[in-house]
Design a protein around this ligand. Structure first.
Ligand code: AHR
Length: 509
């Protein structure tokens, strides 16, 4: 049986776990908004048209910041189309997703929905087909208390108080040839700097995210970040990262080790950012906003995109509705482990996306809403990863992968907040349970350990409309604590979260 030995010490920390690490993403795409979060006439919908069953699931998932309104969609979006009397709003072509956008939900409605779910708005501006002028007008509309036509327009549209949006994305995936208004790094870097400067002339307190690469596999990866930051370093607070993973050709072993790729991605972007900082002799630190990450079977979407015709521009079509398995959830748990282990530099992240579109939550029009398998590792980690991320010393057997070579059979992250220690574990072995020993002697752990996670004899099992509760969280009753050493047996292809209370929080007498 494979083995792993972990050592934790409260003095060895990575950094604070910010709530913004558990952000989500809502794009005007497919059935995300319409027939997803917003379905007037649904039995659970309020007078505002928002489904309350979905609101409850989003609250349970525990997303902090929510990025909106895109994604690729934002690069063709006129924010003005989504404000004012709903009946007078125009329908427009959504070129990114070959759909019709009815604009029945816009900024005000979305902020109202965020108030229902208790999350913060992270707004993206269109730097594809528009520029600094429109970004500043939007900011004036959202954040200026009063005294100008835009602020008065907001008040006339029902919102006297400003939205006071703190976090803004300066466009989306501008390195991608598929993006409306795609630019090279020099042009985008100058545009991002110019837009950021103009926005800060309205509101100095903003937190601004420049677009990094849309993936580590992009031909311009690395150089894109360097050039963009050479122009925009002083003007922005974050550079973004995007990563989507999928199983290729049945290679589950490599897929399970996707966190290895995410680790390398983060570490190379940090190196590039810090290189620019060194060259600029800057005292300022730019952090990473991993503002799109998930499992996405992108090849299925590429097939679908080939069938689009000029005669059909559907409203809220079924797009990117991936059905996630137990294996997908275990990979997602591994990606969360990677984010936690880099909590010092990845200070904001957004699971892409939230409802129906590559989502942890699915809905059926007129019917139920349910949790996909990937819901579980996210909700548990968001709820229990608190305080400081700890540096975990991992001494583990290895398991082979075709893509990454030999990798540790167990991936691990840990956090500590006062009396509660949480440990997150992924067993990457395809067929064997792994015994994990965790040295907690630097703490004062009590025996009341809870261990829950996700695994199944059928790693392809999933939840769907016919069987929405097929997969759920399970308790692992193998955890034993003796003399400060905790042992637990992890089933093959599994993700587990341990919560270990301390008698007296370490550091307190
Ligand atoms: O999340 C789906 C799409 O993936 C987003 O619109 C885009 O930013 C990325 O390519």
């Amino acid at each position: 049986m494979p083995r792993a030995h972990l050592t934790l010490n409260p003095a060895f920390t990575v950094g604070p776990v910010r709530r913004r690490l558990f952000g989500g993403f809502v794009e005007h795409l497919g059935r995300h908004i319409y027939d997803g979060i917003h379905e007037p006439g649904h039995p659970t919908a309020g007078p505002d048209g928002f489904r309350r069953d979905v609101v409850e699931l989003v609250k349970e998932l525990g997303v902090s910041t929510v990025r909106y309104p895109g994604g690729n969609f934002v690069s063709g979006y006129n924010w003005e189309d989504g404000v004012g009397p709903v009946a007078e709003r125009p329908s427009r072509l959504d070129l990114a997703w070959h759909s019709t956008e009815t604009n029945q939900v816009g900024l005000h409605e979305f902020q109202h929905w965020l108030d229902l779910v208790g999350s913060e708005l992270m707004l993206a501006v269109n730097l594809g087909t528009r520029g600094p002028k429109e970004a500043v007008e939007l900011l004036e509309y959202t954040n200026l208390p009063a005294g100008t036509a835009r602020a008065a327009q907001r008040a006339a549209n029902g919102r006297e108080e400003p939205f006071r949006i703190a976090m803004w994305c300066l466009g989306n995936e501008m390195d991608g040839p598929w993006q409306l208004g795609h630019r090279d790094a020099t042009d985008y870097g100058k545009l991002a700097a110019m837009t950021a400067k103009a926005m800060r002339q309205v509101d100095r307190e903003l937190e601004l995210v420049a677009c990094g690469s849309s993936g580590r596999g992009m031909p311009t990866f690395g150089e894109w970040e360097r050039v963009v930051l050479t122009h925009a370093y002083d003007d922005v607070d974050y550079i973004s990262c995007h990563a989507y993973y999928q199983e290729h050709d049945g290679d589950l072993a490599s897929f399970l080790a996707s966190g290895v790729d995410m680790d390398a991605y983060i570490e190379s972007v940090v190196a590039t950012v810090d290189h620019v900082r060194t060259v600029k002799r800057s005292a300022k630190r730019v952090d990473l906003a991993f503002d799109e990450w998930n499992i996405w079977y992108m090849s299925r979407w590429q097939e679908q995109a080939r069938t689009f015709s000029i005669d059909e521009w559907p409203v809220a079509p079924r797009l990117l509705e991936d059905r996630y398995t137990v294996a997908d959830a275990v990979v997602l748990g591994g990606l969360l482990i990677s984010l936690l282990n880099h909590a010092d530099r990845v200070t904001s992240a957004n699971l892409a996306q939230l409802v129906n579109v590559i989502a942890p939550i699915m809905t059926e029009p007129g019917g139920p809403a349910w949790r996909q398998t990937t819901f579980f590792p996210f909700s548990v980690t968001s709820r229990t990863a608190r305080g400081d991320a700890l540096r975990v010393l991992v001494d583990a057997d290895e398991t082979p992968t075709a893509t990454f070579g030999s990798v540790p059979v167990v991936a691990a992250a840990a956090t500590c907040a006062g009396p509660a220690i949480s440990v997150f574990l992924q067993n990457r072995h395809l067929t064997e349970a792994t015994t994990v020993t965790i040295d907690l002697r630097a703490f004062q752990p009590t025996g009341a350990v809870s261990a829950q996670g996700i695994w199944d004899t059928d790693v392809r099992a999933a939840n769907d409309l016919r069987d929405p509760h097929r997969v759920g969280l399970r308790n692992n009753d193998t955890a034993r604590l003796s003399d400060g050493l905790l042992t637990v047996e992890l089933p093959p292809v599994s993700w587990t979260a341990l919560t270990i209370p301390q008698a007296t929080p370490s550091g307190e007498s």
